[in-house]
Design a protein around this ligand. Structure first.
Ligand code: ARG
Length: 600
């Protein structure tokens, strides 16, 4: 793992951050009276590569100090202070319009960055905030209940988020906060005792746990005698009676096996199960902690807690003395901060839980558990809809089983490949790899490429389209780029070797355009790490793919004799630009959890 303080060769430069730094210094020198001047720099859509827009806000700040100055004049004074670093990175600047500064980058600097990729690979950006302990709480299905498409979204977005944090060199802990504790286990265990009386000695063949759940729920609702036994079972379980613990474990195992199937297929690794049951004792502790601080109020037999800003209270203890989802999340937050030493905790659930997390964070701040040292984010996402824009269900109105959904993805991916007659050009093994790549890739990418705040329509037809920003388009674009070396009769080894001997020069306008885009990778990564919107990465990838096509259409890499098809000339520098592009895309795929293939 790369440390945050690793030498610069291990990290890539964020041009945006460098420019912000430059202009900060220049602005402070030009206007020493303004403390911590605003320094907005962004990618330019008109003149230059980047644009500095700091002159306008300074007008107001100066005015407040009784100084009147026009924005253009301010911009001129700032530009006059730009230090000599200008010579390495910035080719020229020009003051435009009402006081923007257009910044033109040096070609040699862009070339240097691209060659850095070839020499050292795609390295993480220099991370201004250093290395952090990051807890990512994701997937988190509930035992004996359906693992539904909402959990699929949480799994996909959470896994990518954790991958991104890994790439940045953070110390990442991936936690699966499964719902494995609570009163529903009373009825499940009572039902288990009736259905499989010898469950302690013989593993019960529960089979369909969802059906088992429904059966026990029905009895619980209809049979008062059963209900009574269910309550007794909860009490026994909570007092850690061996027989009841055994039953609980067996039920959890059945669920666990189902969850694992989904994780294995989606290639989700290092996800540590730490369900609600883990916090049993810690829930007692947190209740005591909050009681000692006099933060709990009686409310109709319940114990509740109000935060400072959130209107809704937490229910910390129910009237029957039991604990709730709120209690376990307070205990978990305390544990993660104090035992795991988390600097940053990220929760992935549907947007419907936003108020729950607001209340948790609010109360934890009030109780002094959460301080400004720890960053917490609830990363919410919209609901998954079917193609009819209604709640995602099977035709017969049932909840869609995730395993069935993944199976359908596999089938559709194979259809897609045979439609293109790929079975003729690929070996059976290559075909199988391509099928997997497309199936899981399209499900993940469709989710990740949309703004997660929006609701999301699940449609295999849409996700398998090969036009537009889809997995299929991106995966094909990647294989196409990878095949250019092969077209020049270069082996993968030849290409790898050339990375240390060849250099890229970006003479052609389209080469330069592509090079500039590739060098934006570090700033894109930092932006996503801050805002936690992964669709920004998909948009970047799509732009890379289309900009690559522009370059490839305009600049030959391999020249072949029209008649014989023989390779006449190979432009190695350009092959290296293709290689750098492929490496950037490969890193993006890795972060998103997609597995591209060399042939498709
Ligand atoms: N099990 C919950 C659900 O299915 C999600 C848990 C999310 N994590 C947490 N710490 N609350 O809705």
């Amino acid at each position: 793992k790369i440390q945050a303080d690793a030498p610069p060769k291990d990290r890539m430069k964020s041009i945006l951050n460098t420019l912000i730094g430059l202009f900060k210094v220049a602005t402070s020198q030009a206007f020493p009276a303004i403390v911590d001047p605003p320094c907005p720099v962004s990618v330019s859509t008109k003149g230059g590569d980047y644009q500095f827009n700091g002159a306008l806000p300074i007008v107001g700040l100066l005015k407040a100090q009784g100084v009147k100055m026009a924005p253009r004049e301010i911009a001129n004074q700032i530009v006059a202070q730009l230090p000599e670093v200008k010579n390495k990175l910035v080719d020229k600047v020009e003051v435009a319009g009402p006081g923007f500064v257009n910044i033109y980058l040096k070609r040699s600097f862009i070339e240097e960055q691209v060659n850095h990729i070839l020499k050292f690979g795609v390295r993480p950006p220099q991370n201004p905030d250093g290395r952090k302990r990051v807890v990512v709480d994701f997937s988190s299905p509930n035992v004996a209940k359906e693992m539904h498409v909402g959990h699929l979204r949480s799994t996909i977005i959470g896994d990518s988020t954790a991958n991104l944090m890994d790439f940045l060199g953070h110390d990442v802990l991936r936690l699966n906060h499964i719902g494995d504790w609570g009163t529903q286990f009373g009825m499940l265990i009572a039902h288990l005792k009736d259905r499989f009386p010898d469950f302690v000695t013989n593993s019960p063949p529960i089979g369909d746990l969802q059906a088992f759940y429904k059966e026990s729920k029905k009895r619980f609702d209809e049979d008062p005698e059963f209900k009574k036994r269910a309550y007794e079972a909860v009490v026994k379980l909570q007092s850690h009676d061996e027989v009841h613990l055994k039953g609980w474990n067996q039920i959890c195992d059945v669920s666990r096996e189902e969850f694992q199937k989904v994780y294995a297929r989606l290639n989700v690794k290092n996800l540590q199960e730490r369900g609600e049951s883990f916090y049993q004792d810690r829930m007692n502790d947190i209740v005591k902690f909050l009681t000692d601080k006099s933060l709990l109020e009686e409310d109709d037999g319940r114990k509740i807690m109000f935060g400072n800003s959130c209107p809704l209270p937490l229910t910390v203890v129910k009237s029957d003395g039991g604990y709730t989802y709120d209690t376990s999340d307070m205990a978990a937050l305390y544990q993660r901060i104090n035992e795991e030493k988390a600097d940053w905790i990220i929760y992935l659930t549907d947007a419907g839980q936003a108020t729950h997390f607001q209340a948790i964070f609010d109360c934890a701040r009030k109780a002094g558990i959460l301080t400004p040292q720890t960053r917490v984010d609830h990363v919410g996402f919209g609901v998954v809809l079917g193609e009819d824009k209604k709640k995602f269900k099977t035709r017969s109105g049932e909840t869609v089983r995730l395993v069935d959904l993944l199976d359908e993805g596999l089938k559709r991916a194979l259809d897609k490949l045979t439609e293109k007659e790929r079975e003729k050009s690929l070996t059976p093994e290559e075909l199988r790899l391509a099928q997997n790549s497309i199936a899981y890739g399209c499900i993940k990418y469709a989710d990740l490429s949309h703004n997660r705040n929006h609701e999301y329509v699940f449609s295999f037809d849409k996700m398998l389209e090969d036009k537009g920003n889809t997995a299929v388009y991106m995966l094909y674009a990647y294989t196409r780029i990878c095949s250019i070396g092969r077209a020049a009769n270069l082996s993968a080894q030849d290409v790898a070797q050339a990375r240390s001997t060849e250099t890229v020069s970006l003479e052609h306008e389209k080469e330069l355009k592509l090079g500039k885009l590739l060098t934006r990778f570090p700033e894109i990564i930092l932006k996503i790490a801050d805002e936690l919107f992964l669709h920004t990465l998909c948009e970047f990838m799509y732009e890379v793919a289309t900009t690559f096509t522009e370059f490839y259409d305009a600049c030959y890499c391999v020249e072949k004799d029209k008649a014989t098809g023989q390779v006449v000339k190979v432009n190695m520098g350009r092959i290296m630009l293709c290689d750098a592009t492929a490496q950037i895309l490969a890193k993006c795929f890795e972060i998103l959890g997609l597995q591209p293939v060399q042939k498709m």
